[in-house]
Design a protein around this ligand. Structure first.
Ligand SMILES: NC(=O)c1ccc[n+]([C@@H]2O[C@H](COP(=O)([O-])OP(=O)(O)OC[C@H]3O[C@@H](n4cnc5c(N)ncnc54)[C@H](OP(=O)(O)O)[C@@H]3O)[C@@H](O)[C@H]2O)c1
Length: 309
Protein backbone atom coordinates (compact mmCIF):
# COMPACT_ATOMS: atom_id res chain seq x y z
CA UNK A 1 0.00 0.00 0.00
CA UNK A 2 1.50 3.35 -1.04
CA UNK A 3 1.53 6.09 1.59
CA UNK A 4 0.82 9.45 -0.07
CA UNK A 5 3.68 10.69 -2.26
CA UNK A 6 6.21 8.92 -0.03
CA UNK A 7 7.51 5.43 -0.59
CA UNK A 8 9.38 3.17 1.79
CA UNK A 9 11.91 0.84 0.16
CA UNK A 10 13.76 -1.92 1.97
CA UNK A 11 17.10 -2.68 0.29
CA UNK A 12 18.47 -6.06 1.39
CA UNK A 13 22.21 -6.38 0.74
CA UNK A 14 22.99 -2.66 0.59
CA UNK A 15 26.66 -3.19 1.51
CA UNK A 16 27.61 -5.14 -1.66
CA UNK A 17 28.93 -3.98 -5.03
CA UNK A 18 25.46 -3.46 -6.52
CA UNK A 19 23.65 -2.68 -3.26
CA UNK A 20 25.83 0.38 -2.57
CA UNK A 21 25.11 1.85 -6.02
CA UNK A 22 21.37 1.25 -5.57
CA UNK A 23 21.43 2.80 -2.09
CA UNK A 24 23.15 5.89 -3.46
CA UNK A 25 20.65 6.23 -6.34
CA UNK A 26 17.55 5.76 -4.17
CA UNK A 27 18.82 8.15 -1.49
CA UNK A 28 18.52 10.96 -4.06
CA UNK A 29 14.81 10.44 -4.66
CA UNK A 30 12.76 13.04 -2.85
CA UNK A 31 10.10 11.63 -0.61
CA UNK A 32 11.48 8.07 -0.54
CA UNK A 33 12.65 6.45 2.65
CA UNK A 34 15.25 3.72 2.16
CA UNK A 35 15.97 1.15 4.86
CA UNK A 36 19.30 -0.54 4.11
CA UNK A 37 20.36 -3.94 5.43
CA UNK A 38 23.86 -5.41 5.65
CA UNK A 39 25.32 -8.55 7.14
CA UNK A 40 29.08 -8.36 7.86
CA UNK A 41 29.74 -4.85 6.50
CA UNK A 42 27.08 -2.73 8.15
CA UNK A 43 27.41 0.94 9.00
CA UNK A 44 25.64 3.22 11.46
CA UNK A 45 22.72 3.78 9.09
CA UNK A 46 22.02 0.15 8.18
CA UNK A 47 20.13 -2.69 9.85
CA UNK A 48 22.01 -5.92 10.49
CA UNK A 49 20.06 -8.82 8.99
CA UNK A 50 21.10 -12.41 8.30
CA UNK A 51 18.79 -13.53 5.50
CA UNK A 52 19.42 -17.19 6.45
CA UNK A 53 17.35 -16.51 9.59
CA UNK A 54 13.76 -16.85 8.31
CA UNK A 55 12.21 -15.67 11.58
CA UNK A 56 14.41 -12.55 11.61
CA UNK A 57 13.49 -11.83 7.96
CA UNK A 58 9.77 -12.17 8.72
CA UNK A 59 9.99 -9.95 11.82
CA UNK A 60 12.03 -7.33 9.93
CA UNK A 61 9.60 -7.05 7.00
CA UNK A 62 6.60 -7.16 9.32
CA UNK A 63 8.13 -4.37 11.41
CA UNK A 64 9.22 -2.11 8.54
CA UNK A 65 6.01 -2.42 6.46
CA UNK A 66 7.79 -1.39 3.23
CA UNK A 67 6.09 -0.48 -0.05
CA UNK A 68 8.84 -2.20 -2.05
CA UNK A 69 11.67 -4.64 -1.36
CA UNK A 70 14.88 -4.91 -3.42
CA UNK A 71 17.02 -8.00 -2.82
CA UNK A 72 20.70 -7.59 -3.76
CA UNK A 73 22.05 -9.99 -1.11
CA UNK A 74 23.41 -13.26 -2.46
CA UNK A 75 26.40 -15.53 -2.73
CA UNK A 76 27.58 -14.54 -6.19
CA UNK A 77 31.06 -16.11 -6.41
CA UNK A 78 30.77 -19.18 -8.72
CA UNK A 79 33.74 -20.99 -7.13
CA UNK A 80 32.31 -20.54 -3.61
CA UNK A 81 28.92 -21.85 -4.77
CA UNK A 82 30.58 -24.87 -6.43
CA UNK A 83 32.51 -25.75 -3.26
CA UNK A 84 29.77 -24.89 -0.77
CA UNK A 85 26.40 -25.70 -2.36
CA UNK A 86 24.70 -25.57 1.06
CA UNK A 87 25.70 -21.91 1.46
CA UNK A 88 24.62 -21.15 -2.13
CA UNK A 89 21.23 -22.74 -1.45
CA UNK A 90 20.78 -20.98 1.90
CA UNK A 91 21.50 -17.52 0.47
CA UNK A 92 20.29 -17.77 -3.12
CA UNK A 93 17.22 -20.00 -2.70
CA UNK A 94 15.97 -20.50 0.87
CA UNK A 95 16.46 -16.84 1.84
CA UNK A 96 14.53 -15.75 -1.25
CA UNK A 97 11.74 -18.08 -0.22
CA UNK A 98 11.47 -16.52 3.26
CA UNK A 99 11.63 -12.97 1.87
CA UNK A 100 8.92 -13.86 -0.68
CA UNK A 101 6.76 -15.43 2.03
CA UNK A 102 6.98 -12.31 4.21
CA UNK A 103 6.40 -10.05 1.17
CA UNK A 104 3.30 -11.99 0.15
CA UNK A 105 1.80 -11.68 3.62
CA UNK A 106 2.05 -7.89 3.35
CA UNK A 107 1.38 -7.78 -0.42
CA UNK A 108 4.71 -6.01 -0.93
CA UNK A 109 6.18 -5.73 -4.46
CA UNK A 110 9.62 -7.37 -4.47
CA UNK A 111 12.44 -7.05 -7.00
CA UNK A 112 15.15 -9.72 -6.80
CA UNK A 113 18.45 -9.73 -8.69
CA UNK A 114 19.46 -12.75 -10.77
CA UNK A 115 22.15 -13.55 -13.31
CA UNK A 116 22.87 -14.32 -16.98
CA UNK A 117 24.46 -17.56 -15.69
CA UNK A 118 20.99 -19.16 -15.69
CA UNK A 119 21.75 -19.76 -19.40
CA UNK A 120 24.33 -22.12 -20.91
CA UNK A 121 25.75 -19.46 -23.25
CA UNK A 122 25.45 -21.47 -26.47
CA UNK A 123 22.76 -19.46 -28.34
CA UNK A 124 22.73 -15.75 -27.48
CA UNK A 125 21.02 -13.34 -27.28
CA UNK A 126 18.64 -14.61 -24.61
CA UNK A 127 15.10 -13.37 -24.07
CA UNK A 128 13.52 -13.62 -20.61
CA UNK A 129 11.36 -16.55 -21.75
CA UNK A 130 14.17 -18.64 -23.26
CA UNK A 131 14.74 -21.97 -21.52
CA UNK A 132 17.42 -21.66 -18.83
CA UNK A 133 20.15 -24.32 -18.58
CA UNK A 134 22.73 -23.28 -15.97
CA UNK A 135 26.18 -24.86 -16.20
CA UNK A 136 27.32 -24.37 -12.61
CA UNK A 137 26.08 -24.41 -9.00
CA UNK A 138 25.83 -20.60 -8.87
CA UNK A 139 23.57 -20.48 -11.94
CA UNK A 140 21.44 -23.37 -10.65
CA UNK A 141 20.96 -21.73 -7.25
CA UNK A 142 20.03 -18.36 -8.78
CA UNK A 143 17.51 -20.04 -11.10
CA UNK A 144 15.93 -21.80 -8.12
CA UNK A 145 15.88 -18.44 -6.33
CA UNK A 146 14.01 -16.87 -9.27
CA UNK A 147 11.40 -19.62 -9.03
CA UNK A 148 11.20 -19.30 -5.24
CA UNK A 149 10.09 -15.69 -5.69
CA UNK A 150 7.94 -16.02 -8.79
CA UNK A 151 6.14 -19.20 -7.66
CA UNK A 152 5.46 -17.82 -4.17
CA UNK A 153 2.44 -15.78 -5.16
CA UNK A 154 4.22 -12.60 -4.04
CA UNK A 155 3.92 -9.56 -6.33
CA UNK A 156 7.26 -8.86 -7.92
CA UNK A 157 9.88 -9.48 -10.52
CA UNK A 158 13.34 -10.80 -11.19
CA UNK A 159 16.01 -8.63 -12.82
CA UNK A 160 18.74 -10.67 -14.54
CA UNK A 161 22.11 -8.97 -14.93
CA UNK A 162 25.47 -9.89 -16.48
CA UNK A 163 29.02 -9.18 -15.23
CA UNK A 164 28.94 -6.09 -12.99
CA UNK A 165 31.56 -3.45 -12.26
CA UNK A 166 31.47 -0.07 -10.59
CA UNK A 167 32.92 1.84 -7.66
CA UNK A 168 34.67 -0.73 -5.45
CA UNK A 169 36.00 -0.87 -1.91
CA UNK A 170 38.53 -3.49 -2.97
CA UNK A 171 39.76 -4.45 -6.46
CA UNK A 172 38.66 -8.06 -5.91
CA UNK A 173 34.99 -7.00 -5.55
CA UNK A 174 34.22 -7.18 -9.27
CA UNK A 175 35.49 -9.59 -11.94
CA UNK A 176 36.39 -6.51 -14.03
CA UNK A 177 38.44 -4.62 -11.44
CA UNK A 178 39.97 -7.82 -10.02
CA UNK A 179 42.05 -8.04 -13.22
CA UNK A 180 43.83 -4.76 -12.40
CA UNK A 181 46.63 -5.88 -10.02
CA UNK A 182 47.86 -8.60 -12.43
CA UNK A 183 47.78 -6.14 -15.36
CA UNK A 184 49.77 -3.58 -13.37
CA UNK A 185 52.26 -6.27 -12.30
CA UNK A 186 52.76 -7.43 -15.90
CA UNK A 187 54.00 -3.95 -16.80
CA UNK A 188 56.85 -4.10 -14.27
CA UNK A 189 60.40 -4.68 -15.50
CA UNK A 190 61.02 -8.36 -16.42
CA UNK A 191 57.60 -9.43 -15.04
CA UNK A 192 55.74 -12.44 -16.45
CA UNK A 193 52.82 -11.60 -18.76
CA UNK A 194 49.25 -11.68 -17.48
CA UNK A 195 47.22 -14.49 -19.10
CA UNK A 196 43.56 -13.60 -19.71
CA UNK A 197 40.54 -15.46 -20.97
CA UNK A 198 39.75 -14.60 -24.61
CA UNK A 199 37.13 -17.37 -25.03
CA UNK A 200 34.03 -16.10 -23.21
CA UNK A 201 32.21 -12.94 -24.31
CA UNK A 202 30.93 -10.73 -21.50
CA UNK A 203 28.80 -7.58 -21.41
CA UNK A 204 30.20 -5.62 -18.47
CA UNK A 205 27.45 -3.53 -16.90
CA UNK A 206 28.07 -0.47 -14.70
CA UNK A 207 26.41 -0.68 -11.27
CA UNK A 208 25.30 3.02 -11.23
CA UNK A 209 23.46 2.30 -14.54
CA UNK A 210 21.74 -0.74 -12.99
CA UNK A 211 20.82 1.45 -10.02
CA UNK A 212 19.03 3.84 -12.42
CA UNK A 213 17.17 0.87 -13.96
CA UNK A 214 16.06 -0.30 -10.50
CA UNK A 215 14.99 3.21 -9.48
CA UNK A 216 12.93 3.49 -12.68
CA UNK A 217 11.34 0.09 -12.06
CA UNK A 218 10.36 1.17 -8.52
CA UNK A 219 8.95 4.42 -9.94
CA UNK A 220 6.67 2.38 -12.22
CA UNK A 221 5.50 0.41 -9.20
CA UNK A 222 4.84 3.69 -7.38
CA UNK A 223 2.67 4.82 -10.34
CA UNK A 224 0.63 1.61 -10.08
CA UNK A 225 2.34 0.06 -13.14
CA UNK A 226 4.37 -2.59 -11.32
CA UNK A 227 6.45 -4.90 -13.50
CA UNK A 228 5.94 -8.63 -12.96
CA UNK A 229 7.87 -11.73 -14.01
CA UNK A 230 11.37 -11.91 -15.45
CA UNK A 231 13.21 -8.83 -16.76
CA UNK A 232 16.78 -8.38 -18.00
CA UNK A 233 19.27 -5.55 -18.30
CA UNK A 234 22.72 -5.58 -19.90
CA UNK A 235 25.49 -3.37 -21.16
CA UNK A 236 25.80 -3.47 -24.96
CA UNK A 237 29.57 -3.66 -25.49
CA UNK A 238 30.75 -7.27 -25.96
CA UNK A 239 34.25 -8.06 -24.72
CA UNK A 240 36.38 -10.88 -23.36
CA UNK A 241 38.44 -10.53 -20.19
CA UNK A 242 41.45 -10.07 -22.49
CA UNK A 243 39.70 -7.10 -24.16
CA UNK A 244 38.81 -5.69 -20.74
CA UNK A 245 42.45 -6.01 -19.65
CA UNK A 246 43.61 -4.09 -22.73
CA UNK A 247 41.19 -1.27 -21.85
CA UNK A 248 42.33 -1.23 -18.22
CA UNK A 249 45.97 -1.02 -19.37
CA UNK A 250 45.09 1.81 -21.77
CA UNK A 251 43.19 3.70 -19.07
CA UNK A 252 46.10 3.40 -16.63
CA UNK A 253 48.60 4.20 -19.45
CA UNK A 254 50.53 0.98 -18.85
CA UNK A 255 52.76 -1.01 -21.22
CA UNK A 256 51.16 -4.21 -19.92
CA UNK A 257 52.21 -7.62 -21.24
CA UNK A 258 48.96 -9.49 -21.89
CA UNK A 259 48.50 -12.97 -23.35
CA UNK A 260 45.18 -14.25 -24.68
CA UNK A 261 43.99 -17.63 -23.33
CA UNK A 262 41.88 -19.03 -26.17
CA UNK A 263 40.40 -22.03 -24.30
CA UNK A 264 38.51 -21.95 -20.99
CA UNK A 265 40.80 -22.47 -17.99
CA UNK A 266 38.40 -21.95 -15.05
CA UNK A 267 37.85 -24.87 -12.69
CA UNK A 268 34.15 -23.94 -12.44
CA UNK A 269 32.37 -24.30 -15.83
CA UNK A 270 31.25 -20.96 -17.23
CA UNK A 271 29.01 -20.16 -20.21
CA UNK A 272 30.55 -18.72 -23.39
CA UNK A 273 28.13 -15.92 -24.28
CA UNK A 274 24.97 -15.16 -22.30
CA UNK A 275 24.08 -11.85 -23.94
CA UNK A 276 20.81 -10.77 -22.30
CA UNK A 277 18.15 -9.09 -24.43
CA UNK A 278 17.11 -5.90 -22.58
CA UNK A 279 14.35 -5.03 -25.07
CA UNK A 280 11.45 -5.33 -22.65
CA UNK A 281 12.77 -2.67 -20.26
CA UNK A 282 13.96 -0.51 -23.17
CA UNK A 283 10.44 -0.58 -24.61
CA UNK A 284 9.19 0.85 -21.29
CA UNK A 285 11.68 3.72 -21.57
CA UNK A 286 13.82 2.27 -18.79
CA UNK A 287 17.62 2.20 -18.82
CA UNK A 288 20.93 4.01 -19.03
CA UNK A 289 24.23 2.85 -20.50
CA UNK A 290 27.44 4.68 -19.64
CA UNK A 291 30.12 3.84 -22.26
CA UNK A 292 32.57 1.27 -20.83
CA UNK A 293 35.69 3.43 -21.23
CA UNK A 294 33.99 6.41 -19.53
CA UNK A 295 32.83 4.30 -16.59
CA UNK A 296 36.18 2.49 -16.32
CA UNK A 297 38.01 5.83 -16.11
CA UNK A 298 35.78 6.77 -13.16
CA UNK A 299 36.32 3.44 -11.41
CA UNK A 300 40.12 3.56 -11.85
CA UNK A 301 40.44 7.30 -11.19
CA UNK A 302 42.17 6.83 -7.84
CA UNK A 303 44.27 3.78 -8.65
CA UNK A 304 46.08 2.28 -6.68
CA UNK A 305 43.45 3.29 -4.10
CA UNK A 306 40.12 1.55 -4.61
CA UNK A 307 37.57 3.91 -3.20
CA UNK A 308 34.03 5.00 -3.65
CA UNK A 309 33.88 8.02 -5.94
N1 LIG B 1 28.82 -9.17 -9.31
C1 LIG B 1 28.44 -9.58 -10.52
O1 LIG B 1 29.22 -9.56 -11.50
C2 LIG B 1 27.03 -10.06 -10.73
C3 LIG B 1 26.63 -10.45 -12.02
C4 LIG B 1 25.29 -10.83 -12.23
C5 LIG B 1 24.39 -10.87 -11.18
N2 LIG B 1 24.83 -10.52 -9.92
C6 LIG B 1 23.85 -10.56 -8.84
O2 LIG B 1 23.73 -9.25 -8.33
C7 LIG B 1 23.40 -9.29 -6.94
C8 LIG B 1 24.37 -8.41 -6.16
O3 LIG B 1 25.68 -8.95 -6.33
P1 LIG B 1 26.97 -8.18 -5.78
O4 LIG B 1 28.04 -8.36 -6.79
O5 LIG B 1 26.60 -6.82 -5.32
O6 LIG B 1 27.31 -9.10 -4.52
P2 LIG B 1 28.32 -8.77 -3.33
O7 LIG B 1 29.13 -7.57 -3.61
O8 LIG B 1 29.01 -10.07 -3.04
O9 LIG B 1 27.34 -8.42 -2.12
C9 LIG B 1 26.61 -9.42 -1.50
C10 LIG B 1 25.66 -8.80 -0.52
O10 LIG B 1 24.99 -9.88 0.16
C11 LIG B 1 25.06 -9.64 1.55
N3 LIG B 1 25.05 -10.90 2.29
C12 LIG B 1 25.92 -11.92 2.22
N4 LIG B 1 25.58 -12.90 3.10
C13 LIG B 1 24.47 -12.45 3.74
C14 LIG B 1 23.64 -12.97 4.78
N5 LIG B 1 23.88 -14.19 5.33
N6 LIG B 1 22.60 -12.23 5.20
C15 LIG B 1 22.33 -11.01 4.66
N7 LIG B 1 23.07 -10.46 3.68
C16 LIG B 1 24.13 -11.17 3.23
C17 LIG B 1 26.38 -8.93 1.75
O11 LIG B 1 26.38 -8.29 3.01
P3 LIG B 1 27.78 -7.98 3.81
O12 LIG B 1 28.77 -7.57 2.75
O13 LIG B 1 27.39 -6.87 4.74
O14 LIG B 1 28.15 -9.25 4.49
C18 LIG B 1 26.34 -7.96 0.57
O15 LIG B 1 25.54 -6.84 0.89
C19 LIG B 1 23.41 -10.78 -6.56
O16 LIG B 1 22.12 -11.28 -6.64
C20 LIG B 1 24.25 -11.41 -7.66
O17 LIG B 1 23.93 -12.77 -7.84
C21 LIG B 1 26.11 -10.11 -9.68
Amino acid sequence: MMRGAGLKVVLIGASGLLGRAVARELANVEGWQVVRTAHSRGDAGSVKLDIRDAAAVAAFIEGEMPDAIVVAAAERRPDVCENNPALARALNVDALRSIAHAARKRDTWTLSISTDYVFDGTSPPYSPGDPPAPLNAYGRSKLEGERALLDSGAKGCVLRLPLLYGPVLDWSESAVTSLTPAIVKSAEFAAAPAVLDAWATRYPTFTPDVAVVIRQMIERHARGQAIAGITQWSGDEPMTKFDIAERIARTLKLEARLVAQETPADSTPRPRDCHLDSGMLEALGIGRRTPFDTALAQVLAHYPDAQIQ
